[in-house]
Design a protein around this ligand. Structure first.
Ligand code: ADP
Ligand code: MG
Length: 344
């Protein structure tokens, strides 16, 4: 075969990253989701999210987590580079939110990206600036322990994508939604969010879900919320807050469900929640819930989609019935149901 007959070639790394970015980075809120996951995985107890123009101009996330040493800082920008898993088995025993090692490489490839990170208390950290994934500058600098990531002009090098970004308020509400979910799942972490220098969310560390729920969704809701706590075997547990039927919404947007600390949007779980409320809500009405399912990581596959919003259960019937029953049992003792026929 002559040289000119060759049609296949391996793509350059930067282009691969851009393609991968297409899967995880849709808009500012997807960047915030990935960066918050990293901050939480790094053990941060204090996270500040600063935006300009709803994140279209700037997303800056600062955490007080573990930080990274110099070499790790460089590696973190490479694709498939992660500190979180190292073998097949780890995939089925995940303790972290991240594991794909793709987020930073992807985000950096479609933005003007600044990483500042320091793992030592002695205050010597590393700063790396990249444009479209190409490192332009790197130097050692004095920094507090933790990590700051700035993402400017998202999609500056993908104009077709940039055009799809919506107006500031819309992008901002998507970001706020992402922060809200992480805030519910991590009451012991303080979250602050600013847009154009205005503080929009200021959540201090709380001792538990009730307090955080009140701070995020409104204290007035709390009196209509019931606590769920059910154990379904050594490796299956459901906790959280669910609304009494009189507190309901016209959309499912206040159904917050988490599996092993990860926000998920799962058909089976959603169906189980609605099943728990069967006959208690009018058609088209949805409860307010913040539910946390803990199960053996080996029984749930989160490696289904790059955004990790979907999962696949080893035994979905078991999970479904466990959740539905737990809700029914929690809802049943309350007095609005006392003289109601038990069967359906
Ligand atoms: P993943 O989270 O799947 O490992 P990422 O691309 O999101 O992949 O991050 C790559 C690596 O960079 C992580 O595994 C982690 O070691 C490091 N890292 C990223 N963000 C932070 C952070 N905020 N603090 C400390 N380390 C971080
Ligand atoms: Mg990550």
């Amino acid at each position: 075969m002559t040289e000119s007959q060759h049609k296949i070639h391996v793509l350059p790394e930067e282009l691969c990253n851009k393609i991968a970015a297409g899967e995880v980075v849709e808009r500012p809120s997807s960047v915030v989701k990935e960066l918050l996951e990293n901050s939480l995985d790094a053990g941060a107890s204090d996270i500040l999210v600063e935006l300009q123009s709803g994140g279209k101009r700037l997303i800056r996330i600062a955490d007080n987590g573990s930080g990274m040493h110099r070499q790790d800082a460089f590696l973190s920008l490479e694709r498939h580079a992660t500190s979180k898993i190292s073998s097949d088995e780890d995939l089925f025993a995940l303790q972290t939110l991240g594991f794909r090692g793709e987020a930073l490489a992807s985000i950096a490839s479609v933005s003007r990206f600044l990483l500042q990170t320091c793992a030592n208390e002695d205050g010597l950290g590393q700063q790396i600036y990249a444009e479209g994934g190409a490192i332009k500058r790197a130097e050692e600098v004095g920094l507090p322990q933790g990590t700051v990531i700035e993402v400017r002009n998202l999609f500056f090098n993908l104009p077709a994508r940039r055009k799809f970004l919506r107006k500031e308020q819309t992008e901002l509400s998507h970001v706020a939604d992402v922060v809200t979910k992480q805030a519910l799942a991590n009451p012991a972490v303080s979250f602050r969010m600013k847009n154009n220098e205005r503080m929009l969310l200021d959540l201090r560390r709380e001792k538990g879900l009730r307090e955080r729920f009140a701070a995020v969704l409104g204290r007035s809701l709390l009196k209509d919320m019931l606590e769920v706590e059910q154990q379904g075997g050594p490796d299956l547990r459901l906790t959280g807050l669910i609304s009494q039927p009189q507190l309901n919404r016209s959309a499912a947007s206040h159904i917050y469900t988490f599996i092993n600390g990860r926000y998920i949007r799962d058909r089976v779980v959603q169906h189980a929640v609605m099943e728990g409320y069967r006959h208690l809500l009018m058609k088209g009405r949805y409860p307010v819930v913040a539910l946390f399912l803990e199960l053996d990581p080996a029984l749930v596959d989160v490696n289904v989609h790059p955004t990790k919003h979907e999962v696949r259960f080893r035994d979905q019937g078991l999970v479904h019935d466990f959740i539905a029953n737990a809700l029914q049992q929690t809802l049943r003792p309350s007095d609005w149901l006392t003289d109601r026929d038990e069967d359906d």
